[in-house]
Design a protein around this ligand. Structure first.
Ligand code: NDP
Length: 246
């Protein structure tokens, strides 16, 4: 069993997840970097190791619920502990409600919400055994205030906030906290194809008048997964440049 705190970060191959994995490793955690793409994960692990950090790569399709549970249980078994779980992987399949297909609804709910339930359920037991746990679910401001074209995504992300409050109540007495970080508009692959006019409109809604960076989210995740955040649980922190203020 390692002395280091062991963290799982899903969706670590790029964007926000990659920044979270890099930050947690810099903070001294062993980070298990998870996504479907072996190549980018290997490249990330090499980069973390080159700067003195500790990380390993694990491919897993989080929409495959059996695979998610096996991945979480496997990490806990391999390292003899599981301290931190960051459920960051997510997808969008946007459409207006009149045009949204059952498949678009189900895919987003399954990937963004049900997989998080399965991962947290699998993580709870090893965290209870270790008498310590920090769960961070990546929500979205879309789930806080809604966003046209994202009924499926907003439902999943809003679902995460209620789910997280509930497990925070259930697991708190075991020294396990659960919080959400809700990004606003962040510069990643998920937002890079927005038309320039839409990006300008969005910037107009943001108090700081700029999109966020993945590292802005990683900073908040580093706090809610730290030992020092012990008295904070069941919360959702919006990191959105003052776009929602709710
Ligand atoms: P990206 O699209 O840049 O990256 C998504 C990550 O999720 C990739 O690493 C991808 O890995 C992984 N992923 C997607 N589907 C699966 C799957 N089925 N199994 C395993 N891994 C999967 O997204 P962002 O970095 O922008 O977003 C990260 C999180 O932040 C998401 O939950 C998103 O909803 C949320 N968010 C983002 C915002 C933004 O403005 N960017 C705003 C609000 C919330 P791979 O393809 O290699 O499997």
């Amino acid at each position: 069993m390692t002395d280091q705190r062991v963290a799982i970060v899903t969706g670590a191959s790029r964007g926000i997840g990659r920044a979270i994995a890099t930050r947690l490793a810099a903070d001294g955690r062993h980070v298990v970097c998870v996504s479907r793409s072996q190549g980018p994960l290997d490249e990330l692990v090499s980069q973390i190791q080159a700067t003195g950090g500790s990380a390993s790569a694990q491919t897993c399709d989080i929409a495959d619920f059996t695979a998610v549970a096996e991945m979480v249980e496997g990490v806990a078994k391999e390292f003899g502990r599981l301290d931190i779980l960051v459920n960051n992987a997510g997808i969008t399949k946007d459409n207006l409600i009149l045009r949204m297909s059952d498949e678009e609804w189900d895919d987003v709910i399954n990937t963004n919400l049900k997989s998080v339930f399965v991962a947290c359920r699998a993580a709870a037991r090893p965290m209870m055994r270790g008498k310590f746990g920090r769960i961070c679910n990546i929500a979205s401001t879309s789930g806080l205030v809604g966003n046209s074209g994202q009924a499926n995504y907003a439902a999943a992300k809003s679902g995460l906030t209620g789910f997280t409050k509930t497990i925070a109540r259930e697991l708190g007495k075991k020294n396990i906290t659960a919080n959400c970080v809700a990004p606003g508009f962040i510069e990643t692959d998920m937002t890079k194809d927005l038309p320039a006019a839409v990006t300008e409109h969005i910037k107009g809604m943001i108090s700081t008048r700029e999109l966020g960076k993945p590292e802005d989210i990683a900073t908040a995740v580093a706090y809610v997964t730290s030992d020092e955040s012990r008295f904070m649980t069941g919360q959702t922190i919006a990191i959105d440049g003052g776009m929602t203020m709710c």
